[in-house]
Design a binder for this molecule. Structure first.
Ligand SMILES: [Zn+2]
Length: 173
C-alpha cells in the first residue's frame, strides 16, 4: 500500500473543505486488499449545522451504508488530522483495522494525545495506528486556514461586516 498516495487524496478533501469554509480535515476508508476507496469525506459541521459532522464520522457512515454493515473489519482509514475523542471512539466501534494519521493534534486529539482512547481499558477494539504521513502538508493547511480566519475576523470586526461563518447562519428571531 502506498500510504502517501491515499493521504494525498485525504489532503485533497481537506482542501475542498477549506474552500467551503469548513475546517480542513479529510478522511478516506480504503480496502487494503485491493486498494479500493470505499468512502471519502471532509468536515461538514458548519454547512450541515451538525456538531458531529467530522470527516471520520461521515466516512464511516458512508462505508457502513455501502457495505450494508455496522462493522468495517479489514478496512483502513486515512485521516489528515489526529481524530478527536468522538471520532476515535467511532473508529473503534467500526472495527477499523489500521488508522493512518497525517498530523498530530496536541490540542484536540484523542489517539496520541489527550485521553489516548485506544490505551484505555474501556476500549475494546484498538486499530493499529501510524502517524506522520504528509505531516507538513496536513498541518500547514490547518495553520493557513486558521490564520486566514483570524485575519478576516479582525477585519470584519473593524468594519462591522459579517464574517463568512455568521453570514452562513440562518437568521433567528
Ligand atoms: Zn472528530
Amino acid at each position: 500500500m502506498n500510504h502517501e498516495f491515499y493521504m494525498d487524496k485525504a489532503l485533497e478533501l481537506a482542501r475542498q473543505a477549506a474552500a467551503a469554509d469548513e475546517i480542513p480535515v479529510g478522511a478516506l476508508i480504503v480496502n487494503p486488499a485491493n486498494g479500493e476507496i470505499i468512502a471519502s469525506a471532509h468536515n461538514l459541521s458548519q454547512h450541515s449545522l451538525d456538531a458531529t459532522a467530522h470527516a471520520e464520522i461521515l466516512a464511516i457512515q458512508e462505508a457502513c451504508r455501502k457495505l450494508n454493515s455496522n462493522r468495517l473489519r479489514g478496512l483502513d482509514m486515512y485521516v489528515t488530522l489526529e481524530p478527536c475523542t468522538m471520532c476515535a471512539a467511532a473508529i473503534s466501534f467500526a472495527r477499523i483495522e489500521h488508522l493512518y494519521i497525517g498530523t498530530e493534534d496536541p490540542k484536540g486529539g484523542a489517539v496520541l494525545n489527550g485521553v489516548k482512547f485506544y490505551q484505555q481499558p474501556t476500549c475494546h477494539h484498538r486499530p493499529i495506528v501510524e502517524s506522520g504521513f504528509l505531516q507538513d502538508e496536513c498541518s500547514q493547511i490547518l495553520k493557513s486556514f486558521f490564520q486566514a480566519r483570524r485575519l478576516h475576523g479582525r477585519r470584519a470586526a473593524g468594519c462591522q461586516q459579517p464574517t463568512p461563518e455568521t453570514a452562513l447562519l440562518p437568521l433567528r428571531t
